[in-house]
Design a protein. Structure first.
Length: 337
């Protein structure tokens, strides 16, 4: 009969597992959570994300840890397994496993922050809608992962010091944080499903596109700038709240890559800033026109291409230093003077 041992060497005893199952439980939790959350982030960011064989490399740390434990634990007899398990945190294999798990988790947290920074820049270079909400919740998710990592690190530092009572409290705290994190994630999915609509993985930053393309002469750049400004003034494509750099390039019968390089590197604006400039200027003209004073701020923001009052107010105040309401009153006052 296989002997069982307590998960918690303290008063907090919830379940009994064999040494093999308990070590597997710890390793699966330690080595699988961070890669799975990273893959989840990729699936949210990129609409065309698909699992492929290259993602199997994420299993490598778990395989290494398991291989290290094979001789003295998994292939050992029952009594040797039990002795190894009781002294797990003081064995070379145990220390190596914990260190490897923490290094892996830290690695995934760092590359997720790098991925999010690139995602934010890509969206602003290709879309006219405000995407702060999408970026913020993903950033918050990674910050929660960082908090869990810190709790786990502190817990394992105390584990090596045999402070079992305190470990139990830390494990319970970590479990509660994990439960809260899961509930928060589900709440986001149910209440804001649009947050989970990603961008194409084929998108590239304009700085990279520029290095891949032979730069045209200055006269060509100036000609393209003039063409773009003329099109924006005459056709007013920015009034479409769903305008993207791809749809604008199609309207102008221009290569998307060329338009991205033109706006981001020659005008020194990302696409979001470029479109916002035209939308705010259009809104200013409407607010200055006393014949349209009956239009509400909400009607104006929809008319110029916004679909969020907060985004409009933030962009308008950033451009003018005052809110749309104050701006309108300012010109109405001049009219009466």
């Amino acid at each position: 009969m296989v002997r069982t041992v307590d998960i918690f060497p303290s008063t907090f005893v919830f379940l009994k597992l064999t040494p093999v199952l308990d070590i597997l439980r710890m390793d699966i939790g330690a080595f699988f959570q961070a890669p799975l959350l990273f893959l989840f982030t990729l699936s949210v960011i990129y609409s065309d994300f698909k699992l492929s064989s290259k993602h199997l490399i994420a299993l490598l740390p778990f395989i290494v840890s398991t291989a290290v434990l094979l001789p003295n634990f998994y292939l050992a007899n029952e009594s040797e397994q039990l002795l190894f398990y009781k002294n797990y945190t003081h064995t070379l294999e145990g220390k190596l496993s914990y260190t490897l798990a923490h290094l892996q988790n830290l690695f995934y947290i760092i590359i997720t922050f790098v991925l999010l920074a690139r995602y934010k820049k890509l969206v602003f270079e290709n879309y006219s809608k405000s995407t702060n909400t999408n970026y913020k919740w993903l950033f918050q998710m990674n910050m929660m992962c960082l908090l869990l990592f810190i709790f786990a690190l502190v817990k394992n530092i105390y584990r090596f010091g045999d402070h079992f009572g305190f470990i139990s409290i830390l494990r319970l705290s970590t479990s509660l944080i994990m439960l809260g994190f899961t509930c928060w994630l589900i709440f986001k999915a149910l209440n804001a499903p649009k947050l989970f609509r990603g961008i194409s993985s084929n998108l590239q930053l304009a700085s990279i596109l520029k290095t891949e393309k032979i730069n045209p002469e200055i006269d060509v750049w100036n000609s393209q700038k003039a063409k773009l400004k003329e099109f924006m003034s005459e056709k007013e494509p920015y009034l479409d709240s769903d305008l993207t750099i791809k749809s604008l390039a199609n309207q102008m019968q221009m290569e998307e890559r060329d338009l991205s390089i033109l706006i981001n590197t020659q005008l020194n604006l990302n696409f979001y800033e470029f479109i916002n400039t035209y939308r705010i200027n259009k809104a200013k003209k409407i607010l200055e026109d006393t014949s349209q004073s009956k239009l509400t701020i909400l009607e104006i923001l929809y008319q110029v291409g916004y679909n969020s009052k907060s985004s409009f107010n933030t962009a308008f105040k950033k451009a003018t230093g005052i809110t749309p309401t104050v701006y309108r009153k300012k010109f109405q006052k001049k009219e009466f003077e």
